[in-house]
Design a binder for this molecule. Structure first.
Ligand code: B12
Ligand code: SF4
Ligand code: SF4
Length: 385
């Protein structure tokens, strides 16, 4: 007999999670969230996922964990607190610097959480086997089609707030979620109730009006989607609303009054790197491919690639009102990437006087064979702010 033999497996799991540094853990049945799957289907049918084609492709599996893995019985949901030291919105006032969302200021959370989940899962399996329970486990951190937020709410980690993310009484909006799915039947935790009350601070805080209704997001308007997931040019009408947000957005999260109970995250690898607090746009826009990869080691930012990132930086430059940035904007008008050239044209149109825009258009158009960039020139010539 081991010394743990009398302890319920659920308590052992909670202990293993704490040892790995998780801040909160709960258990739910895999079939606990049928309403979430139905709502997801409506959401995708309405097109709110934009060009995240993978949401539509994986719809059936995402809507029902039993389609993803028929033998699944229980899901252990784990949360890692990444509470920032200061209000992340302070950088929004520094218009010549870039605002990087809290989660992306440090190392990629996927790389930090996955090994932790694997260690908990392995130890759980070993303990289950010692008890004569036959079982299997799989770990997920945003790596498989699984609805992590409703599962976490069902497991008692918090509730889905009006901004649609999970809110915790103890950690506010600042939890990363990870999941361990298992074929072992575990005793579910009590689900958490909605504590939003009459508050709507997150809805009002959104710079792009991305919530068509409370608890529903239209990803196509969300800055996080536009700067990270969206591959093409950012829709013109949304660009002025983005301010200097160049990677993700925290406005709805940071507005939540439940953050007053939040604590600073304990995981050192999730501590913000100082160079990502308010990086000068002038530096970021000049990054080539190699310099971009070197500038963001182990960072989630690398995943969008240099062209999309520089596109975001140019939109922020266009919003900066800082004409001193013009030389760096103009340097990108001849960029090899059409995505970057198009964004540079827009930024030029925002910052330069009409004569400069016309002169630059006359120089560039004879060589420009990309229809989208040509359209940006046409719009910049008529749409001076
Ligand atoms: C797709 C995705 C996005 C998309 C869409 C966002 C979204 N809200 O779904 C985009 C790119 C915009 C995005 C942005 C962000 N994301 Co994201 N994203 C995901 C992902 C991969 C899937 C989420 C999903 O299934 N969305 C589909 C929608 C339909 O699901 P849903 O939001 O749960 O929808 C529910 C509500 O609409 C509700 N509902 C509908 N009608 C009604 C009516 C009533 C009355 C009620 C009560 C509810 C209700 O029911 C639906 C089903 O539960 C998850 C990881 C995962 N595998 O779960 C991470 C995840 C949600 N993202 C995360 C993070 C951190 C972010 C950002 C904060 C990053 C940033 N700083 O920029 C932003 C936050 C933006 C926001 N307000 O949501 C974390 C959230 C952690 C948490 N505490 O909740 C997750 C869980 C990743 C992780 N493993 O930690 N993300
Ligand atoms: S992350 Fe920003 S843009 Fe997206 S919904 Fe929240 S406040 Fe709006
Ligand atoms: S800001 Fe208010 S409405 Fe939004 S999630 Fe927090 S408590 Fe709920």
């Amino acid at each position: 007999m081991t010394e743990t033999a009398g302890t319920p497996l659920e308590e052992i799991i909670a202990g293993l999670a704490r040892t790995e540094g998780f801040d909160t853990v709960g258990i739910t049945r895999a079939d606990a969230i049928p309403q979430a799957g139905a709502r997801l289907k409506d959401w995708v049918a309405g097109g709110a996922h934009g060009d995240m084609g993978w949401m539509a492709e994986t719809l059936e599996r995402r809507a029902d964990p039993a389609v993803l893995w028929p033998a699944i019985r229980s899901v252990i949901m784990l949360g890692l607190n990444y509470g920032p030291a200061d209000d992340p919105r302070a950088v929004l006032a520094q218009r010549s610097a870039g605002a990087i969302s809290v989660y992306a200021r440090a190392e990629d959370y996927h790389d930090i959480i996955k090994p932790k989940l694997k260690r908990v899962a392995r130890a759980l399996l070993a303990e289950a086997q010692r008890r004569g329970l036959d079982g299997d486990v799989k770990v997920f951190v945003d790596t498989a089609p699984l609805m992590e937020k409703p599962l976490a709410a069902a497991a008692g980690l918090g509730w889905q707030g009006r901004h649609t993310n999970l809110v915790s009484r103890d950690f506010g909006s600042w939890l990363f979620l990870g999941a361990i799915a298992t074929t072992v039947e575990l005793k579910p935790s009590a689900p958490e109730q909605d504590h939003c009350g009459s508050c709507r601070a997150c809805l009002d805080a959104c710079p792009t009006a991305a919530f068509p209704a409370p608890y529903v997001i239209d990803a196509r308007r969300c800055v996080s989607y536009l700067t990270i997931e969206h591959k093409g040019p950012i829709p013109r009408e949304l660009r002025p609303l983005m301010g200097n947000r160049i990677y993700g957005c925290d406005d709805c999260l940071a507005a939540c009054p439940w953050n007053k109970f939040a604590e600073l995250g304990r995981e050192v690898k999730l501590a913000a790197r100082a160079e990502n607090d308010a990086p000068p746009l002038a530096e970021l826009v000049a990054l080539d491919d190699a310099a971009f990869r070197a500038r963001f080691p182990k960072s989630p930012i690398k995943r969008v690639g240099r062209d999309r990132f520089v596109r975001n930086v140019l939109v922020a430059m266009g919003n900066s009102g800082d004409a001193a940035l013009l030389p760096q904007v103009e340097a990108r008008l001849g960029d090899a990437s059409a995505l970057v050239r198009g964004a540079a044209v827009w930024a030029l149109g925002q910052l330069a006087d009409p004569d400069t825009v016309f002169r630059r258009a006359r120089e560039a158009l004879p060589q420009e064979d990309d229809a989208v960039v040509r359209a940006e020139w046409a719009a910049a010539s008529v749409e001076q702010p």
